[in-house]
Design a protein around this ligand. Structure first.
Ligand SMILES: [Zn+2]
Length: 246
């Protein structure tokens, strides 16, 4: 670790200590650091295409869900719902921030509900979650286990209609109410932590340019595109760096 990184960490720690309303975004690197994998990674994409005959981007759409539901659930159950992801030191650090009254909300970009299981409050699952599956007819909710254990297409135990996965599919919009909650917590925040996120230009525009009167920090292994958009940025593993800031 060079001098500049140490200095940046020192400043980040000080700002975090002075902040009273922190919001943390959790990105895909949270999944990777917890032992999971990204289906959009090139190697995984090839493997999935080889095994299922379609790419993850093709299968994770509402159109594919409607047209090839058997195949959709074959892929979804094995590759997404059953993926093993574990909590990391990042979650412990966030819990400490919460216990000190600083962390007010988490915007989870992943489908796994580890933040909730780790005792974190006010978690907004921006893209839905593995446990928010619902019946397409009577809207009864089903957890992930129910979907994984079902044969073929999971059916509602009340009305026998197909169940819809709880995550936002690629060709679907973010739920308006969920998006509004996310915008509201961001607007109140005096410090926003972007943890393990692979930023795209559009998302930076939404997340980083919109709110000017707040400190923006990022910890990520892939900082391309975020230089100049953050007040502070450290490149590396979130689970190693975040605990140093608490
Ligand atoms: Zn039903």
């Amino acid at each position: 670790m060079n001098y500049n990184v140490e200095n940046t960490i020192k400043w980040m720690k000080q700002h975090l200590n002075e902040a009273n309303n922190v919001v943390a975004f959790l990105g895909i690197e949270m999944v990777l650091e917890g032992g999971g994998y990204s289906l959009l990674d090139n190697d995984e994409t090839y493997r999935v295409e080889d095994e299922y005959g379609y790419s993850p981007e093709e299968m994770l759409t509402g159109a594919f869900y409607s047209a090839k539901r058997e195949k959709f659930f074959q892929f979804y159950k094995k590759e997404i719902a059953s993926m093993q992801v574990n909590p990391t030191a990042t979650h412990d650090a966030l819990k400490q921030l919460q216990d000190r009254g600083k962390l007010k909300a988490i915007i989870n970009m992943n489908y796994h509900e580890i933040p909730k299981y780790m005792g974190l409050n006010n978690v907004i699952n921006l893209h839905g979650s593995l446990n928010e599956n619902h019946c397409t007819k009577c809207h009864k909710m089903f957890n992930s286990n129910y979907v994984i254990k079902s044969q073929g297409v999971p059916l509602c135990d009340e009305c026998q209609s197909p169940i819809r996965p709880g995550l936002r599919l690629i060709d679907e919009r973010i739920n308006d109410a969920v998006l509004m909650r996310a915008v509201n917590v961001c607007e109140r925040a005096d410090l926003v932590l972007h943890l393990g996120y692979n930023f795209t230009e559009e998302e930076i525009k939404y997340k980083a340019d919109r709110y000017v009167n707040q400190i923006k920090m990022a910890i990520t292994q892939n900082p391309s595109g975020i230089h100049g958009k953050m007040d502070f940025m450290v490149q590396g593993e979130v689970k190693k760096i975040l605990p140093q800031l608490i």
